[in-house]
Each structure stands twice: as C-alpha cells, then as structure tokens.
Ligand binder design. Structure first.
Ligand code: ZN
Length: 368
C-alpha cells in the first residue's frame, strides 16, 4: 500500500479511523459489549455508542444477545460482525487452466463459488473471461456488495495496473479500472502472493510480520512487515525465484545459473521426480535447503518468527519444510533469537481467493 501523501487530518478521517478501530475490535473478539470496546480502544463510552449505532444502522454490526457474566447493573448487550450485512466478491487468476471466483460473507465464508476454464486463453480472451466472471459474481451476490478483490499473477502497481503477467500475456493492463468501470463497485487488484499472505493473517491466525512463500510454476513470496504489505519500489517485492543462491544448478530460463527456481519450483522438482523417482525425498530436502539459504538473511533482516509455505501437497512436504527450517535455524540461531516456525499453509488452494476477500475487508473497512 502506498503511503498517503501528508495532508491535514480531517474530522471525517478520524471518524473513519475510529469506526475501523471498533470494527477491528468486534472482529477480533466477537461477544464484546460497548463497555468492553471502550476499555479495549480507549475511546469514551459515548463515542463508542455513537460509532456502534452507525455500524448497526449500516448493517455491518449486529447485537447478538446479552452477557451472562454476573455484573452489577443491567446485563450488557453483546456485539458481532453482521456476516451477511455485505457480500465480498473475490477472484483468483493465478491457476494455469482456470479462473476461480467466490461470493463470501464478511467473515470470509464462501456462499457462492464459480470456476471458468481458461482453455489456454491469454491476452484479451483471458481478460474477457475475468470480466465475465466478475459480472457473474456480482449477479450472484444476495447482499449489498462491499467490493471486489482480485489476486492475479504478475507485478501489479499501486493503482491496480498489471504491469506484467507473462503467463496471461498481460502488460500494462489497467485491470482494476476496467473492472471498476464494468461493475461500479470498489475494486482492488493485487499480486497473488501478496493477497495470499493477507489470507494467512486474516484466516489462519498469522502474525503481522510474516513471509508466505508460494511454490508453483515459479517461486514467489508475499511479505507483511508490521501488518503492511511490502510492494517494493518497482512493485516486485517477494519475487525471489530468480535470486541466485548457488552456482551448481542448470542454466535458468532467465539466463543465470543458481536461481532458486531451478531447485524449488514445481516443474523443476516434478521433472526430477520423473527421472529419478527413488530420490524424491532427497530432492525435496535439497529444495528446502536452498529455500532456507534464500530466506535466512530475510529472517535475520526482518526479525521474522514465522514463514508459511504454500504449494501442491507433493511439493510443500514435511521433507521440504524441515530442511528449510533446519537451514534457517542453522544460519540465524543465537541465544537472543526465538525459534522460527516454518509451516505449510492450512488454506490449501483457497489462499488467493480468501486473500482477495481479505484485501477488500482491509481497503474498504480497515479490518485486518
Ligand atoms: Zn532465473
């Protein structure tokens, strides 16, 4: 997310920020009362009552009953997100052969899912398929729509222009603007690895400082630092696949030797499995070790305690994860440093779709 330019804080900004604070509090701890929220946020009870009234009148929050905790005075009314108060539309454009879409509740539960086969379509044809899928999702929504989030492969700038997505043959494509023009809804387009790390935080309990590596045709990563997505000066943060971490690999497609992808991408590993199936575990351990070599300096630099690995079940295996963890621990250990967790993503193939929904929650409501 680009830093906003410095300007005078207006009263409506402060109100929006307080509404986000209250929504976040209710999101994190369903079954809070107004008094609990006042304590948790440091806002006055009068302010909280006013903000909660607005959130209830706009269908974002509901009263769910009364507290059965014995306290003096009248029992307090408990609050929760109104899961069906809005629908979120989400699309995952990262698979090779299909586009996936869903309508989700405010809690991220899918109520409608749609798949459109790509059948090798690229360029304008793939764009037409994505626009059609977005329209289909908007038609399928049963509640007012909060917005559409899209996770796409490639580099994406801060205004949602896909600068380059070679697999889809897209370059300088203003996808966010086009979808906004089609649907007249808030639309956010982000790189698929970036939205996937948002999903790990929102839907899998991940921390605010987190790297999520995705092993697929290539190797990419999404980075959260202090709860913020890191994009990099050229919108290509996390593109670690062509970082050379050795000089003993075959020549990579990019022309260099030693790229992380030549050991760790799904096609590279599956090609090795096919030629020497009996060495599968050894190849996975080697891939994990090379991944650890690339990540250890990042762990040291950012002070990370957790790395999540996403990818197909035959690749993101215990053998690969253990080797990556061992390598990172070996290279970063000190008596001051807490242990690092290297875990497989629990979100499966839904990580990008859920992340696209998380992106909308974050951009429209300020809820992380
Ligand atoms: Zn390369």
């Amino acid at each position: 997310m680009r830093q906003p330019t410095r300007r005078k804080l207006r009263p409506e900004d402060a109100r929006r920020s307080n509404l986000a604070l209250v929504l976040q509090g209710i999101n994190d701890n369903p079954q809070l009362s107004r008094a609990d929220l006042a304590r948790a946020t440091g806002l006055t009870k009068v302010t909280i009552s006013d903000l909660v009234a607005e959130l209830i009148s706009t269908d974002l929050v509901v009263e769910t009953g009364t507290s059965d905790v014995a306290r003096p005075g009248k029992p307090s009314t408990l609050l929760d997100l109104n899961a069906s108060g809005r629908d979120i539309l989400a699309m995952d454009l990262s698979a090779r052969d299909q586009l996936r879409g869903a309508v989700l509740s405010l809690r991220g539960e899918p109520t409608v899912t749609r798949v459109r086969p790509l059948d090798g379509a690229v360029g304008d044809e793939a764009l037409a398929a994505a626009r059609a899928l977005a329209g289909e999702l908007a038609d399928a929504a049963g509640n007012p729509i909060l917005g559409l989030g899209v996770g796409t492969p490639g580099t994406v700038d801060a205004s949602g222009v896909v600068l380059s997505a070679p697999n889809l043959h897209w370059a300088n494509l203003p996808l966010q603007q086009l979808l906004h023009d089609d649907l007249d809804l808030p639309v956010r387009v982000e790189n698929d690895a970036n939205v996937a790390v948002l999903a790990e935080r929102r839907f899998a309990g991940g921390p605010d400082d987190l790297v999520r590596v995705h092993l697929s045709r290539g190797v990419g990563a999404g980075l959260l630092v202090g709860g913020r997505l890191v994009h990099g000066a050229a919108s290509d943060a996390g593109e670690i696949g062509h970082v050379a971490i050795g000089d003993d690999s075959p020549v990579c497609g990019c022309g260099k030797v030693g790229c992380l992808e030549t050991w760790t991408s799904v096609p590279a590993l599956r090609a090795r499995f096919a030629t020497e199936p009996e060495r599968r575990e050894e190849f996975l351990a080697e891939a994990g070790h090379r991944l650890g070599l690339a990540l250890a300096p990042v762990v040291g630099m950012l002070g990370l305690q957790q790395i999540v690995i996403g990818g197909p079940a035959d690749i993101a295996t215990t053998a690969l994860l253990d080797a990556a963890r061992d390598c990172i621990v070996e290279r970063t250990r000190s008596e001051f440093r807490p242990q690092i967790d290297v875990t497989a993503s629990s979100l499966g193939e839904d990580a990008v779709l859920l992340g696209a929904a998380a992106l909308v929650l974050l951009s429209e409501l300020g809820v992380a």
